[in-house]
Ligand binder design. Structure first.
Ligand code: SF4
Ligand code: SF4
Length: 442
């Protein structure tokens, strides 16, 4: 293409290319390094993303401290220092970068980081700690087992044992780890005697419970179920659910992502075919099914069908509202809410649906905070990155302290917990679905 056609920023809507992990070139390390050099050079000349996370400051420091003060002065061995700081929040792609496709510079920074992580993982350069903390389903199953459960939760609170974990596995001793719940959300639902009187006209939702809500914060999931049933929606769970694969994707472990996709997709596909809307109360899990799996498996019609059936929970409630089917008779006013908009919900491009629904509640004001919480799933617990996660969350913490709201929370309960830990004022984060349930008086 002629250079005079190069535009400053793209005027077209951003598009995303498939990952092409089945092409041999995807795994070629020399080709990766050439692409990293090309994109790092564009970023060095742009620097718009400097405040988003620690990946860009790491890159710009490497450039500024190099002999040439250009990307060609940075050692190739140091390229991975940037990659290690990226937790794939996607914000640079969606909210800042003017050079994303269809722009001919074709910058997809998060997916380039993902490719670098995948090559690193394939080479076996991944720590035992990272393998362990991204095995959310396995850890959750063990940690919620009888006898083990109480011991795990006690160990998480024990400073001597946490010191040991810090030394051996490099899980930061000050990271507030989530409690493991017994019974899990799925067991609570299975044990629940409450049945719903369904009619063929009831809208149908399949709740993908997610590892986090299932094992760590079941109250978020039970609130989703209560709110939906209160609105006449038939809610069911999968017969067998497995991790969505997002934590393994962030590690670059494409084999596990494929294995988990193969386990989840057949049942989800069947439900989608049967007319169910599929939702999950963790935006990263929704994004996995809506965006990442479709880009990894563009030719798999089952994956594409599931992607179309997947909704953010508030996107779904908003659709009900538009159809005149949302119950807007609220029993309780909520006062002021500081609400953190999770990055992985923002990048779904669905608009501020959570805020719009919460604002239907009388006597309720919502202050939205659109900043990354910096937690990711694992970045906020690792010894070497907790300090950055705690720094990234500060603008959110400052706003909440300033507003002194009656409630605070995030669409992402993991981000909510990270905010809570940094606020450290004894108040608990509440997922917007828990707030809605409270407003209904459920
Ligand atoms: S995806 Fe998020 S963490 Fe990664 S480089 Fe972009 S803004 Fe930073
Ligand atoms: S990702 Fe895009 S917007 Fe961000 S620094 Fe690089 S070129 Fe600039």
């Amino acid at each position: 293409m002629a250079t005079d056609s190069i535009k400053e920023g793209s005027l077209g809507a951003p598009t995303r290319h498939p990952l092409n992990q089945n092409e041999p070139i995807f795994w070629d390390e020399d080709d990766l390094n050439k692409e990293l050099e090309r994109v790092y050079d564009i970023c060095h000349g742009c620097r718009r993303c400097v405040s988003l996370c620690n990946a860009f400051p790491t890159l710009f420091d490497l450039v500024d401290e190099s002999k040439t003060m250009e990307v060609d002065g940075v050692e190739i061995a140091d390229y991975s220092k940037v990659v290690d700081q990226c937790y794939l929040c996607d914000l640079c792609y969606l909210t800042k970068c003017p050079y994303v496709p269809p722009h001919e510079w074709n910058v997809d920074f998060p997916h380039l980081m993902l490719r670098a992580k995948a090559i690193k993982f394939k080479k076996g350069d991944t720590r035992l700690r990272d393998n362990l903390i991204t095995s959310t389903d396995l850890v959750g199953k063990v940690a919620t087992a009888p006898l083990i459960n109480a011991a795990v939760n006690a160990a998480n609170r024990n400073s001597t044992l946490r010191g040991l974990l810090d030394k051996t596995l490099e899980i930061h001793k000050e990271a507030r780890l989530p409690e493991y719940a017994r019974p899990t959300l799925r067991k609570q639902v299975a044990n629940s005697a409450t049945s719903q009187s369904n009619t063929p006209d009831n809208p149908k939702v399949l709740l993908f419970t997610t590892c986090y809500c299932n094992y760590n914060e079941p109250d978020v999931g039970t609130s989703v179920i209560k709110v939906l049933r209160h609105n006449g929606v038939e809610v069911s769970l999968m017969a067998r659910e497995h991790c969505c694969g997002m934590p393994r994707l962030e590690l670059g472990d494409f084999k596990s992502v494929t294995r988990l996709m193969e386990k989840n997709i057949p049942e989800l596909y069947q439900k989608a075919q049967d007319g169910y809307t599929i939702i999950a109360a963790v935006p990263s899990c929704v994004l996995m099914f809506k965006q990442e799996l479709p880009l990894m498996f563009p030719d798999d019609e089952r994956v594409q069908t599931v992607a179309r059936a997947f909704n953010d929970p508030f996107e779904y409630l908003f659709k009900l509202h538009k159809a005149g089917k949302l119950n807007t008779q609220f029993k309780n006013e909520l006062g002021s809410i500081s609400y953190h908009v999770a990055c992985h919900q923002r990048v779904q491009n669905i608009g501020p649906k959570t805020r719009q629904i919460l604002e239907l509640i009388p006597g309720t004001t919502v202050n939205s905070i659109e900043r990354c919480s910096g937690h990711d799933g694992t970045y906020g617990v690792k010894k070497e990155t907790l300090k950055y996660a705690n720094k990234i969350v500060q603008p959110i913490v400052r706003q909440i302290k300033q507003k002194e709201p009656d409630h605070f929370g995030s669409d992402c309960p993991i981000a909510g917990r990270h905010i809570e830990s940094n606020l450290d004022n004894g108040k608990h984060h509440e997922h917007p679905m828990e707030l809605l349930s409270k407003a209904y008086g459920l």
